[in-house]
Design a binder for this molecule. Structure first.
Ligand code: 1HE
Length: 266
């Protein structure tokens, strides 16, 4: 069933499809540009998804995923309001990147500025041939404020991110896949279907393992090798202790679980 999410009704659509929550950015007339109310609507939808779904998909209604920050609202903001606004984006996108369930973004058309920052907070990015990626902050006289200097820089490297910001370079889906910013390239018009398919697959994993993947991996990436290896041992041992792990391991050993398939299904 498709529903609005509370107060900021029209800005975000929400549908729980089985165990997957579909969150639709719904301001197509403004190319899904993210205003302050829009950030709160995303927060509500992500919080709801995290409480009742096992995976989530974020997509854009209309041809564009998201044209980034709402520049009309931003241009009016005093300094401290701009700081608080950016910190709110960080908090909300953190609910996606280091929450309790994994998210996939389905990227079409403009995936620009804050739109790319939103996509970078999801664990998996699926883009079709209409998608294009840009960081026009340099041209606009502003700077990334939605976590891009951390998340996008880690995905594609600070040198490439700097290139995009300094020169206005625009990449398509295959170019961004080669740079590491896109995880899957889908057929045109199929980004959402592919994202849902991936989310459904992730939703079948053990919940604790999904939680450990999305929370431990980025933290371990911030640690020294020594600290990372120690933390890995702790997380691995905790995961093995869950009833879910015990049941799944028994299922495999007693030949009830699917085997790993070689690519091509043979
Ligand atoms: C907007 C925005 C926006 C569109 N804020 N209103 N982002 C950008 O610099 C991208 C700016 N947008 C564009 O370059 C283009 O709009 C697109 C390539 C995304 C789409 O082009 P197009 O021809 O399909 O649409 P359009 O005619 O440019 O825009 C349609 C309407 O959306 C129009 O308003 P209208 O009232 O004249 O119909 C546009 O003004 C409006 N619109 N994008 C406000 N971004 C946390 S820090 C993050 C920093 C950033 O995100 S910087 C990047 C900002």
């Amino acid at each position: 069933m498709s529903q609005s999410t509370g107060e900021a009704e029209s800005l975000v659509t929400y549908e729980l499809r089985g165990t997957v929550a579909l969150i639709g950015l719904n301001r197509p007339a403004k190319r899904n540009a993210i205003s302050d109310r829009f950030v709160e609507a995303i927060a509500d939808a992500v919080t709801r998804a995290s409480s009742e779904a096992k995976a989530g998909v974020i997509f854009g209604h209309g041809p564009h995923f998201c044209a980034g920050l709402d520049l009309s609202e931003h241009s009016e903001k005093p300094l401290f309001e701009a700081v608080k606004g950016s910190r709110r984006w960080h908090a909300v996108f953190d609910l996606i990147e280091r929450g309790t369930i994994p998210f996939v973004s389905a990227l079409t058309g403009a995936t620009v500025g804050g739109g790319f920052e939103l996509a970078a907070s999801t664990q998996i990015r699926v883009a079709d041939g209409t998608a294009f990626f840009a960081l026009p902050e340099g041209q606009r006289g502003i700077f990334v404020g939605g976590g891009g200097s951390v998340r996008i820089a880690r995905l594609i490297g600070p040198a490439r991110m700097g290139d995009m910001m300094l020169t206005g370079r625009v990449l398509n889906a295959t170019g961004m896949e080669a740079w590491g910013g896109v995880t899957y390239v889908a057929e045109d018009g199929k980004a959402l279907d592919k994202a849902v398919e991936i989310a459904e697959r992730m939703a079948q994993n053990a919940e604790f393992t999904n939680y450990a993947i999305i929370n431990a991996l980025p933290r371990i990436a911030d640690m020294s090798s020594e600290d990372g290896l120690f933390t890995e041992s702790m997380v691995a041992s905790l995961a093995t202790m869950t009833d879910d792990a015990k049941a799944r391991l028994r299922d495999f050993l007693e030949k009830r679980a699917a085997k790993v398939q070689a690519p091509g299904g043979s």
